[in-house]
Design a binder for this molecule. Structure first.
Ligand code: NAP
Length: 278
């Protein structure tokens, strides 16, 4: 499937399907990223905390794909973060990835102890210098976004993306609407509910109708909502399957899947420092 791009609110373009790499490390990571690039993936999602930026850098280098054809996201860990630490963390990620700029740089988690204006000033410097093509956040609730948007406006720093857990078992409709209104793209992490999507009866029923797998149905449901997806896969079979999305779900099937969220809200990633109650 040809992977389409979505235009972020600052004009930078992002492929709507990317490869997630959490828990992919060492030679497994090298192998999966190389294979993904060979198969046509152009968008790779990583983070300093994943401890795999060096392997991703090596895979990119060995692929010989021109840098401008790729979209690389990384994330900075928020503990003790300040202006200088953001600048240093970005340089370190770039060095490990062996690239000169990130397409997207995210604050990995909100943190009530952060001085956001101080931290965002560093993102502004990185953005102005071209070290990052876009700024975004991750795991931000509507309230976190409401707090940070005025600071972004004041600094003239476009807030382009909010990367959050999103799949049919966690349909965050209000957050999606809020982001749409504010021209913030949602990237769905754990878009396959870490594999659990295959157990859902409604998804299984829809998948039979289209002769697709439950995994493909979940990805398509997200894409049809204008959400970017970053499924993690390590085998060639899975990597291929997650790109074969050239079909459309009918309105009634989209609604059927929407309805799952009225009965189940199953959040899988809840670290003890999360601020989802904010
Ligand atoms: P996920 O993508 O929902 O699911 C990954 C699991 O699904 C793996 O066990 C994988 O197996 C399996 N899988 C992949 N394709 C499959 C297929 N076609 N058929 C059957 N099984 C398949 O989970 P995730 O890794 O949690 O989320 C994706 C990415 O989002 C992460 O890797 C990371 O980049 C990002 N993320 C971000 C945050 C954040 O805080 N911002 C948090 C979590 C995740 P194999 O590996 O064996 O192929």
């Amino acid at each position: 499937m040809e992977i389409k791009n979505i235009k972020l609110n600052n004009g930078h373009e992002m492929p709507v399907v990317g490869l997630g790499t959490w828990k992919l490390t060492g030679s497994k990571c090298l192998h999966a990223v190389k294979k993904a690039l060979e198969l046509g993936y152009q968008h790779i999602d990583t983070a300093e905390i994943y401890m795999n930026e060096s392997e991703i850098g090596r895979s990119i280098k060995e692929s010989k794909i021109p840098r401008e054809k790729l979209f690389i996201t990384s994330k900075v860990w928020p503990d003790g973060l300040d202006y200088y630490k953001v600048l240093a963390a970005c340089e370190e990620s770039l060095a490990r990835l062996e690239i000169h700029y990130l397409d997207l740089y995210l604050i990995h988690w909100p943190n009530k102890n952060l001085d956001y204006e101080n931290v965002l000033n560093a993102f502004k410097v990185l953005y102005k210098k071209g070290k990052i093509k876009a700024f975004g956040v991750s795991n931000f609730t509507t309230n976190h976004l409401k707090n940070i948007i005025p600071i972004c406006k004041k600094l003239n720093l476009p807030l382009t993306v909010n990367q959050v857990e999103f799949h049919p078992l966690l349909y965050q409709e209000e957050l999606l609407e809020f982001c749409k209104k504010n021209k913030i793209v949602i990237t769905a992490y754990s878009p396959l509910a870490r594999g659990k999507i295959t157990e859902n009866e409604t998804i299984k029923e829809v998948s039979k109708k289209y002769d697709k797998t439950p995994i493909q149905i979940s990805l398509k449901w997200l894409l049809q909502k204008g959400i970017v997806v970053i499924p993690k896969a390590s085998s060639e079979k899975h990597l291929r399957e997650n790109l074969e999305l050239a079909f459309n779900l009918a309105k009634e099937d989209v609604s059927k899947i929407d309805n799952i969220g009225k009965h189940v809200q199953r959040r899988l990633i809840i670290p003890n420092f999360a601020e989802f109650d904010y």
